[in-house]
Design a protein around this ligand. Sequence first.
Ligand code: GDP
Length: 369
Amino acid sequence: MGMSKKIYPKDNSALRVQPGVTQPSNLNPELSTGLHRFKKEKPSTEAFLKGIRAGNRSMLGRAITLIESELVGEKETARKLINLCLPYSGKSVRLGITGVPGAGKSTFIESFGLQMIARGKKVAVLAIDPSSTRTKGSILGDKTRMEALSTHPGAFVRPSATSGTLGGVARATRESIILCEAAGFDFIIVETVGVGQSETAVAQIVDFFLLLMLAGGGDELQGIKRGIMEMADLVVINKADGDNVRKAGLAKKEYENALHLFPALANGWAPQVITASAVFRTGLDAVWEQIETYVKLMRLNGWFDKHRQQQDLFLLRESINQSLSSAFFENEAIKGLVKGYKQQITEGKLSPYEAAQKLLEKYFAEMKK
Ligand code: GDP
């Protein structure tokens, strides 16, 4: 049998130079704008606004970095920039997505985001990741996530801020939404890990809250607290593919039963359960339909705007509470007293209410000085 008899075509010679994979002429579309050459110079707020309004992603990214900055001087610039962007904001649909690590959030957001882009939407993805604020080891922020989406010209993907308190990160995300809206993104996804407080913070800044779940984790409520289920406008059971389809169907029934036990929502919405596969891209149309129907209905019954107003008033209160509280505890006179009072309280010699009253009186007396 004749390997030796076979005549190989000439161009199969080992000496032939293979062309290899052709490279795109420019990997980063922003590089051609020349902006990268001026990285060190801070643009003026007007230049930021112009860049953002023109949909320049690199400018948008730098503006978000500015917003996340803890530097006093930058905070002032950030405040000005947000005010300049506010008139152009508010027109997007803000979608929160939460789920335990491994539920498939990034895979889902990539598939769903690409599908929305195919529908002609511009999609921005922001993240609130409590792990990165505490340990610097981020659950959400790793670079290989959402590769196809983050390099797509119709999308903007921003990993979670890596410093600050949850309140601070939530605030930066809320303000980043404003900037993304001014940049013309009409769909903004805020991703968070469903393991702690962060989803409550996300619920305060989004219009629609999607909970991504897995089937077959034994006890179906896999670490997701009941309270998070209650916040969901839609439950999606991901990985409903292959051997998992049947289990996903059973989980769907179980979640539907659980949702029925919750009191009806004031806005008249009844959250549904959908099975989907982020990898095989099934069920995504149904998810889109749910979101579209929700937005349509809530606009019709006035809840969409009312909900945002309620959120803004909540954020006002929250922001005041936080500022007052940190000013209080950082006050030198208070610092001097707190330790002793704490001691007395733990020894049962002083009521916590009385201590609070005394400290507040002291604080306000200090303020008058
Ligand atoms: P995240 O931690 O919630 O962001 O989850 P990832 O998106 O990183 O997904 C965790 C793992 O689940 C990865 O190995 C994914 O490939 C896999 N995964 C995500 N979605 C699906 C799905 O729809 N079907 C299957 N079979 N695997 C999936």
